[in-house]
Every structure is written in structure tokens, then in C-alpha cells.
Design a protein around this ligand. Sequence first.
Ligand code: HEC
Ligand code: HEC
Length: 167
Amino acid sequence: MHFNKKLLIPIVLISGVISLASMTLVNKQPIQERVDPPVTNLKVLPKHLTFKQVDHIMDNWAASLGVRCGFCHEPNANGKGMDFASDKKPEKQMAREMYQMAAKLNKKYFKGEKDSIGVAKLGSVNCYTCHQGVAHLEAATWPVRKHNMMPPPGAPKPQGTSDSTKH
Ligand code: HEC
Ligand code: HEC
């Protein structure tokens, strides 16, 4: 095979210019880090938490209750996204009290500890311990779950089930 050495130098030069040009293009558009919104209204969680740290806790609360963020948070006035700092929804205030209750129970009756970012570890008693994916526990009739669970005393009998506990 005949290879034209005269062509090699221009090819190397041109490709060098192209790669330099693309590098400067890339440099002109620095990779933008997504800037998380500031966290401004923490009253029960440690105030220094970042958006990411709060978000992580929120995922856990939402999953424990079987709800999405909008159960406790108000949408923005323009309809786009959520106004997470707003205290408009009573569910948010209730969740604050629930967090404090659970933290107290862990502290008083179990080995209540704080994690590395100062959040009370809801270890033994956490949102899921009671809620098990159900938000409105006060309205839940037995059985709220499919687990084998004894009905609480005086609980309304589920309809259409035979009462085998009668004696
Ligand atoms: C069960 C209720 C509940 C659910 C569900 C919930 N949150 Fe929250 N969220 C709260 C409470 C309560 C606070 C305030 C905590 C405090 O006062 O320390 C809060 C605070 C926040 C904050 C901090 C806002 C600020 O500026 O102070 C962000 C961000 C947030 N939530 C995001 C989310 C996201 C994202 C979801 C869905 C994955 C979600 N939340 C689901 C109850 C909830
Ligand atoms: C010791 C059991 C227990 C734990 C732990 C618990 N909850 Fe609850 N929660 C309840 C009960 C019971 C209710 C119903 C209260 C009522 O209205 O009578 C409730 C109600 C709520 C409500 C109000 C729902 C509605 O009907 O509007 C929210 C929000 C909530 N819990 C969030 C949480 C979050 C978040 C956690 C964890 C930080 C948590 N709960 C941990 C027992 C618990």
C-alpha cells in the first residue's frame, strides 16, 4: 500500500487545530452544577442541613406515609414546582410534631441517638413503625394492612369478613 507522507503533516496539523478549537469551545461552556435552592424554614430539623440532606429525609417520610411531597407542601404561586418553605399546609405542621414525638420516644424508651449531621435517628420508632404506608391513620379501619395483625380493641369489623373471634 502506498502511503502519501506529504499528506500526514497537514492532517496532523488540521486535527490538532480542530481539537484545540473544540477544547476552547468546551471551556467557554463550563459544566454547570445544578444549584440547589436554599433551605430557609427548618424548625425541628437542624437548621444547617442542605437541600440534599433534607430531601433525603423527606423521601423517607413520604414513603413511610405512602404520599408524595404535595401531601405536606404547597405548590408555588405560579403553579410550577413546590414552595417547600411555606407552612400553609396543616399536614406539614403535623409532620413536625410527629418528628418530635418520634424523636422523644426514641430518646426516652430506646437508644436515642443523633446521626453525623445532627438529625435524631428515628431508629426504633420511626414514621414507618406506625404509618406503614398509610397517611390517614385516624381514618384507617382495621385491617389497614395486609399483614397478619390483630385488630385493636373496639375496632370496626371489616365488612364482608366472617367474625371468627366471636365467642
Ligand atoms: C409528611 C409531610 C411531608 C412530606 C410528605 C414531605 N415533606 Fe418536606 N417538609 C416537611 C416538614 C415538616 C418540613 C419542615 C421541617 C422543619 O421544620 O424542620 C419540610 C421541609 C422541607 C424542605 C425545606 C424547606 C425550607 O426551605 O425550609 C424541603 C426542601 C422539603 N421539605 C422537600 C420535600 C420533598 C422534595 C418532598 C417529597 C419527596 C417532601 N418534602 C415531602 C414535611 C413533609
Ligand atoms: C407512634 C406512632 C406514630 C409515629 C411514630 C408517627 N406517626 Fe404520624 N400519625 C400517627 C397517628 C395515630 C396519626 C393520626 C392522628 C390523628 O389525627 O388522630 C398520625 C397522623 C399523621 C399525620 C396527619 C395525617 C392527616 O391525616 O392529615 C401526618 C402528616 C403524620 N402523621 C406524619 C408523620 C411523620 C412524618 C412521622 C415520622 C417523622 C410520623 N407521622 C410518625 C402515628 C404516628
